[in-house]
Design a protein around this ligand. Structure first.
Ligand SMILES: NC(=O)c1ccc[n+]([C@@H]2O[C@H](COP(=O)([O-])OP(=O)(O)OC[C@H]3O[C@@H](n4cnc5c(N)ncnc54)[C@H](O)[C@@H]3O)[C@@H](O)[C@H]2O)c1
Length: 483
């Protein structure tokens, strides 16, 4: 059997075995346990926390910290007053004192009684909010992707170390027992030498349509929302949640859902630095709307001894792998499939189920434990892990953005002798055809293969690509080049 057909065979076995194992996958992932396990402390060392950005994910942070022992949510910060009011009301309904509401993070950070902050703002605010917070002496729990560009992530790591602060990345899979056990199994060599890690983000997303610019909603400080991004009129398609699909603020689904699976892929490969090269392809297919990021994207990363292939599919899809949002890790002696945030299964080369991994955990509790121990090594997702995985998303997007628009029918030699890449690309085409896209009349972005200098975290001799490792910051919302 060739390597590729062995994989196809295993993927078919996986389809059956995962169904039999009853892995509840993504569902169990979404119902993340909020039970906290930190030990109870006396009144003197209670952690006073402020939650920054409380529209969507930020409300999960509130839920998590409300059920934690020894933690008081003392302030809520959001540029949208209606979000502050909602978060205050949820906190009060939980029987806790009403937290102070603050619109401007700079005012919030003047409060020396705050020990820690959690950040669930749009991506373009993560780095600045985290760095300012650490400079003000606070520990930080910051959502994924930790950065909006590669350079920001490294600055965050430097800030955490310089100021001696705890900085946890919001990739909560890192705290789930099932995933931790599966990774240990891989690292212990049970599937032999790992040669390929696939990350899959098959998550259908509807078109966001088109909307005209409009008045800023009452109670919103839109200049503050824009932060470092260029000044523009208000548009609901560039505001709450839909900002994910605009490069000025978001990173597409690669940096939204995908960063979770990107992180697992790098974790499984046990890679602690940048890949040797990256190449990205894709497009925004099936509809025309206000979004600027691709809804279908492939990224190929070469680590020398192993490769990482990431696939984003935003249109409806029947999975080729029976893992829709997850990972498949291929070793010489078998594979491990991550079917959800806290569940995985190992198979031998004949496709026989060998072992299942299950069990939840609590990422907020892990953060609070590290805040108490003062050891960043106690974190399950220290900022450096967050930086390296977020950077992969950014690197894939950089190649994609520098790509040229080419027709599908022109057979490309761009993948060299990388059989896995050709196979993934064939599936990518099949997926688009299944969605009624006429490939004869369609173009896609074919990004260049970019070589990376792992030491400097820059590209080899490519100033155009280097420029996308950072952004032009709108003063005063500037992430410092040097910490
Ligand atoms: N870990 C996870 O599973 C998970 C799940 C969902 C979202 N997220 C992440 O959480 C973040 C937020 O996502 P969302 O879907 O909740 O976005 P959202 O747009 O719904 O909410 C963001 C909130 O931040 C506020 N905000 C914007 N700028 C601010 C500033 N300067 N100061 C204070 N508040 C500000 C907005 O007004 C809004 O209320 C994203 O980075 C996303 O990737 C993580």
């Amino acid at each position: 059997m060739t390597g590729i057909s062995r994989r196809r065979f295993l993927e078919q076995s996986l389809l059956t075995a995962v169904a039999l194992s009853g892995a509840s996958g993504i569902k169990s992932a979404q119902s993340e346990q909020l039970r906290l396990t930190t030990r109870r402390r006396g009144a003197n060392d209670r952690i006073r926390i402020a939650c920054i950005g409380v529209h969507g994910r930020g409300m999960n942070h509130i839920e998590g910290f409300l059920s934690a022992d020894g933690v008081d949510i003392v302030a809520i910060c959001d540029v949208d007053e209606s979000c502050i009011l909602n978060a205050q009301s949820v906190t009060e309904k939980a029987g806790k004192p009403k937290p102070r509401g603050v619109q401007d993070i700079r005012k919030l950070l003047e409060d020396n009684s705050i020990d820690a902050v959690s950040i669930a703002t749009p991506n373009h605010w993560h780095a600045l909010a985290a760095i300012w917070s650490m400079q003000a002496g606070k520990d930080v729990y910051v959502e994924k992707p930790v950065s909006h560009n590669v350079s920001e992530g490294r600055r965050m790591v430097e800030a955490a170390r310089k100021y001696g602060k705890i900085c946890q990345t919001g990739t909560q899979i890192r705290s789930q027992k099932g995933s931790i056990d599966a990774i240990e199994y891989i690292h212990a060599g049970h599937i032999g030498k790992v040669t390929l890690a696939r990350g899959l983000c098959y998550k259908p997303r509807n078109s966001i349509g088109r909307f005209p610019d409009s008045e800023v909603p009452a109670g919103v400080d839109y200049d503050l929302w824009l932060g470092a991004a260029p000044k523009r009129s208000f548009n609901r398609n560039r505001f709450h949640y839909n900002w994910h699909w605009n490069w000025d603020y978001g990173n597409g689904d690669m940096g939204n859902q995908g960063i979770h699976q990107m992180d697992v892929a790098r974790w499984a490969l046990n890679q602690k630095g940048m890949p040797w090269s990256v190449m990205g392809v894709g497009g925004r297919f099936g509809y025309e709307d206000d979004g600027t990021t691709p809804n279908t994207e492939l990224a190929f990363f070469d680590y020398g001894s192993a490769q990482l292939i990431f696939e984003v599919r935003g249109l409806k899809t029947a999975s080729d792998h029976d893992v829709k949002v997850g990972n498949i890790i291929y070793g010489t002696e078998g594979i491990v499939a991550f079917t959800g945030y806290s569940s995985a299964a190992a198979f031998d080369n004949q496709g026989k189920l060998v072992k299942k991994f299950e069990g939840d955990g609590n990422h907020y509790a892990n953060f609070l434990d590290a805040v108490r121990s003062r050891k960043h090594t106690d974190l399950n997702a220290d900022i450096e892990e967050g930086h390296l995985s977020s950077a992969l998303c950014h690197l894939g997007n950089i190649s994609y953005r520098l790509g040229s628009s080419v027709p599908f029918q022109e057979k490309t030699k761009a993948f060299g002798d990388n059989k896995e890449a050709y196979e993934s690309f064939a599936h990518f085409e099949g997926h688009l055809s299944d969605n009624g896209i006429n490939l004869q009349q369609t173009h896609y972005h074919l990004g260049p293969k970019l070589k990376i200098d792992a030491h400097s975290e820059r590209f080899h001799n490519n100033s155009e690509a280097d420029a996308l490792l950072t952004r032009e910051y709108r003063a005063p919302f500037v992430v410092p080049e040097k910490i």
